[in-house]
Design a binder for this molecule. Structure first.
Ligand SMILES: Cc1ncc(C[n+]2csc(CCOP(=O)(O)OP(=O)(O)O)c2C)c(N)n1
Ligand SMILES: [Mg+2]
Length: 575
């Protein structure tokens, strides 16, 4: 950074540096934290955060910063901010940006960038980020003028928040982020030059932005005729099913979903952040009878979730498919749905709830599924209480069912051990479930935990982690400890990459690259990093250990040594 405009002391008066301008635009959207790992290319953003009262949470790997920002974005339904330094800071963040894209999370990534004025001469950490992140963001741009920062940041945030939500990326060359512009005139002049938003800016004051989100809220729309067709199909069906996914929560449509389901008396299964949309105990809430339901259904409505491998690619046999999506480009192309309303999920679901035409009575169908559900749960009871040595993972969930509060934030990071969470845990509140989603990236655990604790200072935050997954992010327990963010991590320690070892043995009769050190003391790692923890090898010890963990007030890892012979019963791992 030799001839770069270095940090030149406080920026007084009405001049602002690039970092100030970028952050001011974000604060208006409710950004309260900056997730980052230090780099000189982004110092002005830190300076801005310090002045603006935005909490800087510095992590140990950029991936964790972006995962944490994703957790904030998804839980709080506001933009989550990650600030990455130029070059390796960005490349380290790539898997997490791709995860945010896959999960429809409005993450804003601001990055440093080698100076433009000597681009191509080989500056430190020089690389063009845009080709790397272009395919995994809704917008990826470089800002080449200080006077453009406000407008470009605001534009990017609006894009991130507009359904279907997703990450955006802006990088700021060194001379731009350190460069200065007048606080008021610059942005206004810039906007005027660009023929931009009218009616903003006042005499001698900073430019006033239009209300954040106004572009999104002005015109909530949906395709009403398609929504009406979906309603008619569901009402006339003999055996309808609704599957509700994360976008139901992201689109604030949980209440409308419930009204639609109750109005037409349709059983609801939920995945992702949709879990808990109908609380356990609700007559129409189901979880353990999905296979039977999808096999027998005549209409399946998937709301706010892609028709991907988790849903058999939308192939439900004879059943007709209704795909309700929050943006037209989310309609699956590999399926021909009978109806596919796109738009504001609240409006679509309200149209369904208010359907007045002919409708079937689904009481027998609901009762039939309830019988299957009850039978599956009765069978679960033995697994949840299994008194085995070594411990079966299901018993860990039996104990967790007792230890977790209704509104606990549950984070799943791992293979088989994390899969059991979806089977055995029933969140009672929507929007408190973070799994890796369809991109399936291991290593989300610590980052998601950071974001969850920042969002909910008082709720339980519990990470269900495979021992393999632990290797990706455990160093960021140091971040949790240093920033006083207590969470509970439960490791299902089977000493193997279980979700790979078992399938490989089934395919080849042997396995390679699937073993870890058995009985490793992941709790000792956490203790060394400023947290606490213990190892559990007997079923009777799990419950007391969990109680100590939730009472600890520091990051606490319960290292449960589990049976490596136990494999999650699944039909396919790769497609
Ligand atoms: C970043 C990344 N690398 C590799 C994989 C492939 N993978 C999926 S599950 C899994 C095994 C996970 O093992 P562990 O976390 O110990 O959980 P277990 O299955 O043993 O319960 C692997 C390696 C992946 N999904 N993501
Ligand atoms: Mg394992």
């Amino acid at each position: 950074m030799t001839s770069a405009p270095g940090p030149s002391g406080p920026y007084g008066g009405d001049r602002r540096h690039g970092g100030d301008l970028a952050l001011a635009a974000l604060v208006r959207y409710g950004v309260r934290e900056m997730l980052t790992l230090s780099g000189g290319h982004v110092f002005p953003l830190y300076d801005a955060a310090r002045k603006a009262g935005v909490r800087v949470v510095d992590v140990r790997h950029e991936q964790s910063a972006v995962f944490a920002a994703e957790a904030v974005a998804r839980l709080r339904r506001q933009p989550g901010l990650a600030v990455l330094t130029a070059g390796p800071g960005v490349t380290n963040g790539v898997s997490a940006i791709a995860t945010a894209a896959s999960n429809g999370a409005p993450v804003v990534v601001l990055a440093g960038r080698a100076p433009q004025y000597r681009w191509g001469s080989g500056s430190l950490q020089e690389i063009d980020h845009l080709p790397l992140v272009g395919a995994i963001t809704k917008r990826a741009e470089t800002v080449f003028a200080v006077t453009e920062i406000t407008e470009r940041v605001r534009g990017a945030v609006e894009v991130a928040l507009a359904p279907h939500r997703g990450p955006v990326f802006l990088d700021l060359p060194l001379e731009i982020v350190y460069g200065e512009a007048p606080a008021a005139g610059a942005a206004g002049g810039d906007r005027a030059a660009a023929g931009g938003a009218p009616g903003v800016g006042g005499a001698g004051t900073a430019v006033r932005d239009p209300a954040p989100g106004s572009a999104r809220n002005l015109a909530p729309e949906c395709d009403h005729s398609e929504a009406a067709r979906a309603a008619a199909l569901l009402a006339a069906a003999a055996r309808p099913v609704i599957i509700a996914g994360s976008d139901v929560y992201a689109g604030d449509a949980v209440g409308c979903l419930r009204e639609a389901a109750e109005a037409l008396r349709i059983p609801v299964f939920a995945n992702g952040m949709g879990r808990g949309a109908l609380p356990p105990g609700h007559q129409l809430a189901f979880n353990r009878s999905r296979r039977a339901a999808l096999a027998a259904a005549d209409v399946v409505a998937v709301v706010g979730a892609p028709l991907d491998f988790r849903l058999g690619f939308g192939d439900f046999g004879e059943a007709r498919v209704v795909h309700v999506v929050d943006a037209a480009d989310r309609r699956a192309r590999h399926v021909t749905p009978a109806a596919a309303p796109a738009g504001d999920l609240r409006l679509i679901l309200t149209t369904i709830a208010e359907y007045h035409g002919v409708r079937e009575d689904h009481a027998d169908w609901v009762a039939r599924l309830r019988t299957v559900e009850d039978a599956a749960r009765a069978k679960d009871a033995a697994a949840l209480a299994a008194e085995t040595d070594p411990i079966r993972p299901s018993r860990v969930y039996g104990e967790l069912r007792r230890a977790l509060d209704r509104d606990a934030v549950t984070i799943c990071d791992g293979g088989d051990f994390a899969s059991y969470a979806g089977r055995y845990l029933d969140p009672a509140v929507p929007g408190c479930w973070l799994d890796p989603g369809p991109f399936g990236c291991l290593g989300t655990g610590a980052g998601y935990a950071i974001g969850a604790r920042l969002t909910y200072p008082d709720r339980q935050v519990c990470v269900l982690m495979g021992d393999g997954a632990a290797g990706f992010s455990l160093m960021d327990v140091e971040t949790l400890a240093r920033h006083r963010l207590p969470v509970v991590i439960v490791v299902g320690n089977n000493g193997i990459w279980g979700l790979e070892k078992h399938p490989m043995r089934a395919m080849y009769g042997y396995d390679v690259a699937a073993d870890l050190q058995p009985g490793l003391r992941y709790d000792a790692v956490v203790r060394a990093l400023g947290g606490a923890g213990e190892t559990v090898e007997r079923v009777g010890e799990i419950g007391p250990a969990l109680r100590r963990a939730f009472d600890a007030g520091v990051p606490y890892l319960v290292n449960v040594v589990t049976d490596p012979g136990d494999a999650y019963p699944r039909r396919s791992t790769l497609a």
